[in-house]
Design a protein around this ligand. Structure first.
Ligand SMILES: [Zn+2]
Length: 361
């Protein structure tokens, strides 16, 4: 078994010059047991010249691969890289049939069974390179494509993803194809979610959590949705560009590693933000701030995306700035800059004094 390779900036630049990636057709079958799921990917892309390159994946098993209908040897998978050698200039279609592991670490497709009621929930977290644990991809932020997703799951579940996701019946869901987005921003959440749904400015809005937290989400649903609507309207006043996606879902998910993740049209939050006991107004403001921050990313981060990870500082700083400003302007939380001065600035000073500090660009 070869070690996993981390993509370097030079490799990413070389591949971005070579490839124009158009479309991913992804089929996930989430009914294959507790350990693994099936993942089939069809990638359509153009090579601008004759060259060698590679596609990335971290499968439990690579069953088969074809390039333009011709079988490739799955044994050539080297760590997480499948070489595509002797690629000719022009259009190509790559098909991969894989088995993938569920994760228990919040990376890739996380699987959680609620000890309260025994219900199972799945969700993805694909930043920075964990997409490779869910489907095969040319995995770098500047190779954007359309993602077209089909999911097989138990009929009693709800499947959420970036675009509006329709239940076709017989355990099948189909998501509306995304606009051009980066691989790390694709998202799926599947399970018997408790949902509160509404519509705002003609778009479906939803908030979701595991069933055992339903009473707590319901108690705060008005507050969460009020903040969401107010920030949405304020961003529309600030940005010329209309909201770029077809729906806005916010899923509060279990065992999440970060605070939240800005997946286009399906933001995931740690479900500790569904408060189970009395909290201070400062904690409510923190939750509202995270809602505002993630929504800023819909424009800055998701519609417009960093070419490479060295610009993550700008992505995050701008979302932070817009989040604090917008919350102050649009909601009852008008004292947010005090919170910024007390909690965020010392965080920066602390990082700056460490041996690991370095120029941001
Ligand atoms: Zn952010």
């Amino acid at each position: 078994m070869s070690p996993m390779s981390v993509l370097t900036r030079d490799e990413a630049q070389t591949r971005a010059k070579l490839l124009d990636v158009h479309h991913y057709g992804i089929e996930l079958d989430l009914t294959r047991g507790d350990e693994t799921f099936d993942s089939r990917t069809v990638i359509r892309f153009t090579a601008r010249a004759d060259a060698d390159t590679f596609v990335e994946l971290k499968p439990a098993e690579l069953r088969s691969v074809t390039l333009d209908g011709q079988p490739l040897d799955p044994e050539t998978l080297d760590g997480n890289r499948l070489p595509l050698e002797g690629l000719t200039a022009g259009e190509h279609e790559l098909r991969l049939d894989t088995v993938m592991h569920y994760s228990r670490t919040g990376e890739g497709m996380h699987r959680f069974t609620d000890p309260t009621d025994g219900e199972t929930y799945l969700y993805t977290q694909l930043f920075m390179e964990d997409v490779q644990r869910v489907f095969a991809a040319f995995d770098q932020p500047d190779l954007k494509a359309v993602f077209d997703l089909t999911v097989t799951a138990p009929d009693t579940w709800t499947v959420l993803s970036n675009g509006i996701t329709e239940h076709l019946g017989e355990g099948r869901w189909k998501a509306a194809p995304t606009p051009l987005i980066s691989t790390y921003l694709v998202a799926v959440a599947a399970g018997p979610w408790h949902s509160v749904r509404t519509e705002h400015r003609g778009l479906p809005f939803g908030i979701h959590c595991r069933r055992s937290l339903a009473p707590y989400l319901d108690t705060d649903a008005d507050e969460i949705l009020d903040v969401t609507r107010a920030c949405f309207d304020r961003y529309h006043e600030k940005f010329d560009e209309p909201y770029p996606f077809d729906s806005y879902d916010q899923a509060f998910v279990p065992e999440f590693n970060a605070g939240a993740m800005e997946n286009p049209g399906l933001v995931t939050f740690r479900d500790e933000f569904v408060y189970r006991s009395a909290v201070t107004d400062t904690e409510r403001q923190t939750r509202a701030m995270v809602i505002a921050h993630e929504m800023a990313h819909m424009w800055f981060g998701d519609l417009v995306t960093l070419r490479w990870w060295d610009d993550i500082w700008l992505n995050e700083s701008f979302a932070e700035y817009m989040g604090y400003q917008t919350l102050t302007e649009a909601t009852r939380f008008t004292d947010t800059w005090t919170d910024f001065g007390v909690t965020r600035k010392p965080w920066g000073y602390d990082a700056d004094q460490r041996p690991s500090t370095h120029p941001v660009a």
